[in-house]
Design a protein around this ligand. Structure first.
Ligand SMILES: Cc1cc2nc3c(=O)[nH]c(=O)nc-3n(C[C@H](O)[C@H](O)[C@H](O)COP(=O)(O)OP(=O)(O)OC[C@H]3O[C@@H](n4cnc5c(N)ncnc54)[C@H](O)[C@@H]3O)c2cc1C
Length: 496
């Protein structure tokens, strides 16, 4: 058993762990990442990248078919084998050499193996050959171990060996038919991808599609899925699942008495934290729980106080050095998105380095070491067809937060940019305005390619640009961005 020391130990080399380490190194910290699978994590190999690669070709073919002149050139069917081949390239064939090279260039050390915290600032790593290395951290340990697919407690589901997002994004060929349990982002995206491949898709979504978004988002995506041939069943839940050992076909009984029969079943009903086996019990935390953090990503106790040696039981003041445990990325349940996790990671890495130098950090909103955007402006694009792009609060969330709002809607198909983009553009836009502060607190766009429109709304919300000032941000003609002008006209002229 060998023993080594670093300034900072990062558990998990996904996109988020990599970014924590990078910022810590830039702050002068000797940093090591411990990774048990592939450097790059879920996003690179089983989530963002392969899922978008599976969706892109079908979306392009459909878009071309909706533009006269282009549609005459699209005479064949989607080449699914080529789509899967491109997906394999995008995932680097599930090899992490490129990411390891990046770590080397960034002066981040890598230890491969399963990491467990065994005491304050102490981590044990078990390599695949069983060799154990103990690493101690001079300053901080950051848990960036991500999340895994949740399997709901449906009788027979586990025995039926369902697909999770990992199987759906890495499949070698599409099944003839696929039942998708769930109505969130992963369910909607994978239903779109596989329906585009010609798979007979049935979606079983108890609370409808994309329930966290404005209601029109789920409605438009459902209509598009149905047009692709998918059977979308909302308001129903599976009561049992059975895979026939003879023909491998899965039967899913629903609570309305119907039975869905499919060659494969994908479970996309949420995520659980990968904290079950990282040694949280050795430091008095509960394995399997999400790790709650403050705005600089220091782990908090349930009562909201900062985790640290001797606190809070001893009532000891927590110094920068005591608060050595950080958590970043999916494992915190803040926003289960790569870009937001990377934002948190930059802040965490900087905060770790600053505290190691003895600085006391003020976590005032929008300051350097506070991830304020997590509470105010989390952007998300769902790459269905049409896309759904949202940031900040939905109308319902704003109302729940007791914000006095005005909601403005516009038919995105009516702007000139949409007329040019497609002969049958379908879309809608909504802005949610805080009437007291006269600033945007939320925006949602649904339509083809609206993902590229989203950052304008994110900037308006983060910058707290007033509605009156937005009048002077002139969108180019004829682009989809003209929807800003139309939304503002609907809202009414600026005050004089
Ligand atoms: C199908 C799908 C599509 C998605 N699409 C998008 C998208 O388009 N855009 C977007 O922003 N987000 C998307 N997400 C979410 C995104 O994938 C996650 O938010 C992101 O991967 C989280 O990164 P992370 O580093 O926190 O965790 P992970 O990427 O899961 O990385 C954690 C790493 O820790 C390692 N690890 C775990 N336990 C240990 C241990 N004990 N010891 C050592 N190593 C360990 C794991 O092997 C893994 O490499 C998608 C998610 C899914 C499931």
């Amino acid at each position: 058993m060998s023993e080594i020391e670093y300034d900072v130990i990062v558990l998990g080399g996904g996109a988020i762990g990599e970014n924590v380490a990078d910022r810590a190194v830039q702050g002068g910290m000797r940093t090591v990442i411990v990774e048990s699978e592939l450097v790059g994590g879920e996003c690179s190999y089983w989530a963002c990248m392969p899922s978008k690669a599976l969706l892109r070709s079908g979306a392009l073919v459909r878009a071309a078919r909706d533009v006269d002149g282009a549609k005459q050139a699209v005479t064949g069917e989607l080449d699914v084998t080529a789509v899967l081949r491109r997906r394999d390239t995008v995932t680097s064939h599930w090899k992490d050499d490129g990411q390891v090279e990046w770590l080397n260039g960034a002066n981040i050390d890598l230890v491969r193996g399963h990491a467990r915290i065994v005491g304050p600032k102490r981590v044990e790593v078990t390599a695949s050959d069983g060799i154990v290395t103990t690493i101690t951290a001079k300053h901080a340990v950051a848990v960036c171990t991500g999340s895994a697919a949740a399997l709901p407690d449906i009788p027979g589901l586990r025995e039926a060996e369902p697909w999770t997002s990992r199987d759906a994004t890495s499949a070698k060929e599409p099944p003839a038919s696929l039942a998708v349990i769930g109505g969130g982002v992963v369910a909607a995206e994978m239903a779109t991808a596989y329906a585009g491949f010609g798979t007979r898709v049935t979606v079983i979504a108890r609370s409808g599609l994309l329930g966290r978004n404005e209601p029109f988002a789920g409605e438009l995506v459902q209509a598009a899925l149905e047009e692709l041939g998918a059977d979308v069943r909302t308001g129903v839940s599976p009561t049992s699942v059975f895979r026939d050992p003879d023909d491998g076909v899965v039967r899913i009984e629903l609570d309305d008495g119907a039975v869905v029969v499919a060659h494969q079943v994908l479970v996309a009903t949420g995520r659980v934290p990968r904290t079950g086996d990282v040694g949280l019990d050795s430091i008095g935390l509960t394995p399997g729980d999400w790790l709650h953090v403050d705005d600089s990503m220091r782990v908090l106790y349930d009562d909201g106080s900062v985790f640290g040696v001797g606190a809070p039981e001893a009532g000891a003041p927590v110094t920068g050095e005591d608060a050595w445990l950080y958590a970043v990325g999916d494992v915190t349940h803040r926003a289960l998105l790569t870009h937001q996790g990377k934002y948190d990671a930059r802040i965490a890495g900087d905060a770790i380095a600053a505290r190691a130098k003895g600085r006391t950090l003020q976590l005032t909103p929008w300051s350097t070491y506070a991830a304020t955007a997590d509470h105010a402006a989390v952007p998300q694009v769902t790459f269905t067809d049409p896309e759904v792009a949202s940031v900040g609060l939905s109308a319902a969330q704003a109302q729940k937060a007791s914000i006095r709002t005005r909601v403005v809607d516009y038919d995105l198909a009516s702007v000139a940019g949409a007329t040019i983009a497609s002969d049958r553009y379908v879309g809608r836009a909504r802005m949610v305005v805080d009437e007291d502060r006269k600033v945007l607190v939320g925006a949602t766009f649904v339509g083809q390619e609206v993902g590229e429109l989203l950052h304008s709304a994110t900037i308006a919300i983060v910058g707290e640009v007033t509605i009156d000032r937005l009048w002077h941000a002139v969108p180019s003609y004829p682009t989809l961005s003209e929807v800003w002008l139309r939304l503002l006209e609907e809202y009414g002229r600026p005050t004089e």
